[in-house]
Each structure stands twice: as C-alpha cells, then as structure tokens.
Design a protein around this ligand. Structure first.
Ligand code: NAG
Length: 395
C-alpha cells in the first residue's frame, strides 16, 4: 500500500513537472520546433483507444493488454507502446531539443518517465478536444482498411476514408484556433503524418475468402494495384488538407503472424509465403508511390518505411536482438497462441521481451521499439526510402 502510494506520488509529481515544461514547449513549438505536431492514421498496430467506444469485436481495452503501463489497458493492441507512441517520443524530444532544452535526452529523467506520460502525448481522436488538437491526433482504428468493407466481420471500425473525414474535422478546428486557413496550412506543413494501412485489406479481406470475394475477383497483382489506386487517392486528400511530411509504413510479414501460422503453416514455423508475396506486391507499389508524390505534388515530402524488411531481420536473427520465440503469441489461445487474441485476464508469457508477437496478430512493444528506432534513424539503407524520419523532421 505504502509502495503504491509512493509510486502514485512519483507519477503525479512527474506529471506536474512535465505538464509545466510541456506547455512551455508548446508555446515555443509554434515558433521554433521542427516538429510541433504529429498525426497518426492506421489500424490496430497504432490504435490507441479509438475502438474502445465503438461496437466492435476488435478491442483491447482489457487486461493483459497494456500490461507495461502503470494504469493498465488503454485500447492499444500490445503489451505496451506502439510504433506511433515511440515516434511520438522522438518527435517530442526533437521539439524540446530545438528549443535548447533537451531534457528528453538526459538519461536519468528519461528512464524514470512513467510510460503513461508518453502514451498520452498524441491522444486518440475519440477523446481529443479544444487546443489539444494542435499537437496532433491519432485516428487509427483496429480492423480498418483502405477499403471500406475491410474488417466488417468484426463490427464497426473507422476505415481510412472515415479517418480522413475525422481529420478534415480536426483541420477546421485548427483553422478556427489559428484564425485563418493560411496560418493553418503553414502550421500543418510542419507536422509529421504517419499512415500505416493495408494489413487488414489482406488479413481481414483478401485472405478470408469465406467472407470476402476479393480473392475471386483479383489476382494478388491486381489486388495490390486496386489497393494502391485507392490509397493514392486517399493520400492525395491528406495532402490537399495540409499534410506535407508524410511517413508511409509498409505492411509487415502477415504470413508470419501466429494467426496465419496457426491456420496455414504445416509445421507452425514456416511463414505462409503466398501471403508474404502478396504483401510485398503492395509494398513495392507503395514505395513507387513515394517517388510519384514527391515528383508531382508541390512541396510534398513522402517517405516509405520498410517494416517488412526490418521485421525480416528480427525473424532471421532473433537471438542477436534478444528474442527467443518468433512463431507464437506471448498470449492467446490454441496453436501458436494464434487462434484467438489474448483473453480477458489471461496471464501472458513471463518474458514478454523474448517474443516477437504479443498476440495472434500484433508485435510486442520490444519489436515496436526496434521498428520505430530504425524508421527514425535508419540502420540499413533499406530501412527507409528515400530518407529516414529524423531527416524528414529536419526538412
Ligand atoms: C518447417 O518447414 C519448413 C519448410 O517446409 C522447413 O524449412 C523448416 O525447417 C521446418 N521447421 C521446423 C521447426 O520443423
């Protein structure tokens, strides 16, 4: 009890300290910071609570999800932080360092920060009000896809088209706050946007032929073309509403997720190549889209993150990154722990950092941190294209 109280006190005092310095930086950010704001679009890989309030089977607002956070579940489909949370930390430290007060890189404070502070940095659209929209909003929704029908067997979800409608609503709030459209456009042009869509268009659409007809109508090549055509239109809308610095996150190796291994891998270890090949067809086209936008849209600065390749490094050489189990969820049910996601109050595996997957579909925080770090600061020339997020932020 005393221990709990002491912990609470430490959390509260850090929160006060940080919210004071936070608002100070917010003021400075508008004049000096490289990245004053961060907007997030995507699916369950980065959903931070938008699905909590909608009628969907795709929810993660119960234990053991969020087990790394002092206050437990948040709606994130992970034991801890998502890649968007980790990007948010980098962006925030960037804006602090650009004001000459780089407390975020001072190690002692950094390591004592309660995770809840970080995870509250970019709030979910569902709960963001007033001036808070200026620092950025997270629109991501589990089960959502580029296509509207994607994920419908799981109930309600906020598709990419609807995430864009919500973003337009935010933009009009920002126009009101800053006074006119030019100031809003100028402000938004400095923000980082990350968009990670497409996984569900495979997982909860194309490779679910009992429910969706797309695999009868399209070859994998045609489907990748159809997806990219629609995505391209959606990303142009994002550009039209102010986005200039955009990070496009490719789809990962869905054929290696415990869910797909449980269904289709004869020995439960070998990845499902026909799914991975389809994912790569999408990624190749997405990377070309980056060139297309940078060439044809004035002032556009799009980059591509090779999440597929980074994940492949972890799969091929898990022990050098400290991982031990690559083919089963840390929690879940059945073959590979891949047949159902974590059950409410299920006790997860004890060493979460040794698993690549937290549940049937989602990487652990340990993996998210690695993917986010390598996207922010590329370790290999194939991690990001044409530049990494760190350089994008500086442009
Ligand atoms: C599983 O099957 C693949 C290909 O069929 C093989 O290369 C791999 O060694 C097998 N793994 C195990 C653990 O049996």
């Amino acid at each position: 009890m005393a221990g709990e109280l002491k912990k609470l006190w430490v959390l509260l005092s850090l929160r006060v300290l940080l919210s004071v310095s936070g608002s100070w930086s917010g003021v400075r950010a508008q004049t000096q910071a490289q990245v004053p704001c961060y907007f997030v679009f995507g699916d369950s890989l980065v959903d931070n609570g938008n699905n909590n309030a909608i009628s969907s089977l795709a929810k993660a607002n119960y234990r053991p999800y969020g087990i790394e956070f002092p206050r437990g579940p948040t709606g994130r489909f992970c034991n801890g932080r998502t890649t968007a949370d980790v990007f948010g930390e980098f962006h925030t430290s960037l804006s602090y360092s650009s004001t000459g007060q780089n407390w975020a890189s001072s190690k002692p404070l950094f390591f004592f920060l309660p995770l809840n502070f970080w995870v509250s940095i970019i709030p979910p659209y569902a709960t963001t009000r007033g001036q808070d929209v200026l620092k950025g909003v997270n629109y991501a929704s589990a089960a959502a896809g580029i296509r509207d029908e994607t994920g419908q067997q799981l109930g309600a979800r906020i598709s990419m088209n609807r995430q864009l409608r919500n973003y337009k609503n935010t933009v009009s709030q920002i126009v009101n706050i800053l006074g006119d459209e030019n100031s809003a456009a100028d402000y938004l042009s400095k923000c980082i946007y990350s968009v990670g869509m497409g996984s569900n268009d495979y997982l909860n659409n194309y490779f679910m032929p009992q429910i969706y007809s797309t695999s009868c109508r399209y070859t994998p090549e045609q489907y990748a073309d159809v997806l990219i055509k629609q995505y391209s239109k959606q990303l142009r809308t994002l550009y039209k509403y102010g986005a200039r610095k955009v990070v496009l996150i490719g789809v990962g190796q869905i054929g290696c997720s415990p869910s797909e291994l449980a269904q289709f891998s004869p020995n439960g270890t070998a990845c499902v190549e026909r799914i991975n090949r389809a994912n790569q067809l999408f990624n190749i086209r997405l990377k070309s889209l980056v060139d297309n936008f940078n060439k044809n849209l004035a002032d556009a600065k799009f980059i591509y993150v090779n999440a597929y390749g980074i994940f492949q490094d972890l799969l091929e050489n898990p022990s050098s990154f400290g991982f031990r189990v690559t083919n089963a969820g840390c929690c879940g049910v059945g073959r590979n722990n891949g047949q159902i996601t974590c059950l409410p109050f299920q006790i997860p595996c004890p060493k979460r950092d040794e698993y690549l997957f937290w549940d049937a579909y989602h990487p652990t925080e340990a993996v998210n941190v690695i993917i986010a770090r390598r996207s922010y600061s590329a370790q290999s020339s194939s991690d990001t294209y044409p530049i990494d997020i760190r350089r994008l932020a500086q442009l």
